[in-house]
Design a protein around this ligand. Structure first.
Ligand code: MLT
Length: 260
């Protein structure tokens, strides 16, 4: 079942009386990133995924996004669905959103943070993203995507899953470049959420041994700053760990969720 809420396409699976989990995808993907994970959780949890504004089937609007505007959308979604004691599961940019939401929203029950970071961009990262925006403006999303995928997946995954990778690229290339550039703008302008780690609810952190975008030691360090956290490192996986290691990813989620 799906709904449109304030221009955001939302996908609802499972029993609405069960514990709600909201899955927030990373950049520049859309909700289907979570399909395999949700398939294995929907019998026991109310699984909600959505396309961030500017991605997938959600409206693009003006494209001038910030983490604040992404959290505004998330807040609207939570309130319009009447959800309480929500668990947020955010991957990479989805994790940046979950971490900022944790600072702004009340009553989150737990966080699941995969391949993400609490730091804001340093100058080098800001300039790299500014160059990417310029590149997308001049040449479209495709050349950017080629280099992004090289960093986001391990060489072996790219080689062994060529069909899936081709489908993912094909899907992303249908997105409005305004939305993709908007995602980069939101990441450039995000704040550092490290200070609020102490007031984070119980949290599962998932890192990946071969993540070339967010090194596992960053995730480990975040875990060490939290009072109630559990860190799992997936071996032989690149950045997009729920695709590269779906079984291990779901196993980590299930064993965390059963205790929380
Ligand atoms: C993501 O996967 O969401 C992005 O690569 C995160 C980032 O570039 O910082």
């Amino acid at each position: 079942m799906h709904r449109f809420i304030n221009g955001i396409k939302v996908f609802l699976q499972g029993d609405s009386a069960a514990q709600p989990i909201i899955f927030i995808h990373g950049f520049p993907f859309e909700h289907t990133l979570w399909d395999d994970v949700i398939e294995q959780l929907k019998d026991d949890y109310y699984c909600i995924s959505y396309d961030l504004r500017g991605f997938g089937s959600s409206e693009v609007g003006h494209g001038q996004y910030t983490m604040e505007s992404y959290v505004d959308d998330l807040e609207t979604l939570i309130s319009r669905l009447g959800l309480e004691q929500v668990i947020l599961c955010g991957f990479s940019m989805g994790g940046y959103i979950a971490l900022r939401a944790n600072e702004r929203l009340q009553n989150l029950k737990a966080l699941i943070l995969a391949n993400t970071s609490t730091s804001s961009d340093n100058d080098e990262a800001k300039l790299k993203r500014a160059k990417a925006i310029q590149g997308i403006e001049k040449e479209g999303v495709e050349p950017f995507l080629e280099s992004f995928f090289t960093a986001a997946f391990t060489q072996s995954y790219l080689k062994e899953h060529q069909d899936r990778i081709a489908l993912l690229k094909e899907k992303i290339l249908t997105f409005d470049p305004i939305g993709v550039k908007g995602g980069l703008l939101a990441m450039i302008s995000r704040t550092d959420t490290t200070q609020s780690l102490e007031k984070t609810p119980t949290t599962l952190l998932i890192g990946a041994s071969d993540d070339a975008i967010i090194a596992p030691k960053i995730m480990k360090e975040i875990a060490s700053k939290m009072k109630n956290s559990h860190y799992v490192e997936l071996q032989d996986s690149g950045h997009v760990s729920m695709l590269e290691k779906p079984k291990e990813f779901v196993k980590a989620l299930k064993s965390f969720l059963i205790k929380n």
